[in-house]
Design a protein around this ligand. Structure first.
Ligand code: SF4
Ligand code: SF4
Length: 160
């Protein structure tokens, strides 16, 4: 089995800016489950203090980008406009070896990724058992959906 190549650690989207993360953590330490976004809106959350502390300690802001780090696709709003998201890397990630240098203490965000779905990082050559399994399941589901659509439309799908 090939090992993790760390594509999911090298560059990841987090929906909040560094300032928003800091405000969220500060509030949570005071028992407040809401914080102000950079645009002035109030965001109510349900994050756990331990998890958020780990995430805030590890992330390094890279800037904003309208390219999805998972598959290189352009990020767009529902109206088709360019959509920019905050990109981060992790200070525990060793870019040479691809290792996580904090593996035993990594947050759930990392240990549970890709959240029982197919991993979206298309360039990764790792053979993550769960990710691979989910990729096969999702490809099978796509094939089944395509068959159902074709049958609904009366397209010859090659049945005997
Ligand atoms: S397949 Fe996905 S979850 Fe597994 S190491 Fe690669 S990028 Fe990370
Ligand atoms: S803590 Fe480890 S697993 Fe999580 S992003 Fe950083 S290097 Fe990757």
């Amino acid at each position: 089995m090939s090992r993790c190549t760390g594509h999911c650690c090298r560059r990841v989207i987090i929906q909040f800016s560094p300032y928003e993360l800091a405000r969220c953590l500060q509030g949570l330490r005071n028992g407040v489950k809401e914080f102000t976004l950079d645009n002035g809106e109030v965001h109510v959350h349900n994050y756990a203090l331990e998890e958020l502390t780990k995430v805030c300690d590890m992330v390094l802001w890279l800037g904003t980008s309208d390219v999805d780090p998972a598959d290189g696709a352009r990020l767009l709003t529902q109206d088709g406009a360019r959509r920019f998201e905050h990109n981060y890397t992790c200070r525990h990630f060793d870019p040479v070896s691809g290792d996580c240098l904090n593996y035993a203490n990594r947050p759930r965000m990392c240990s549970e990724y890709p959240f029982r779905q197919a991993c979206r990082y298309t360039a990764c050559t790792a053979d993550c058992a769960l990710s691979k399994q989910m990729r096969v399941v999702s490809e099978d589901l796509d094939k089944i959906k395509a068959l159902e659509v074709n049958e609904t439309l009366g397209v010859d799908v090659g049945h005997d």
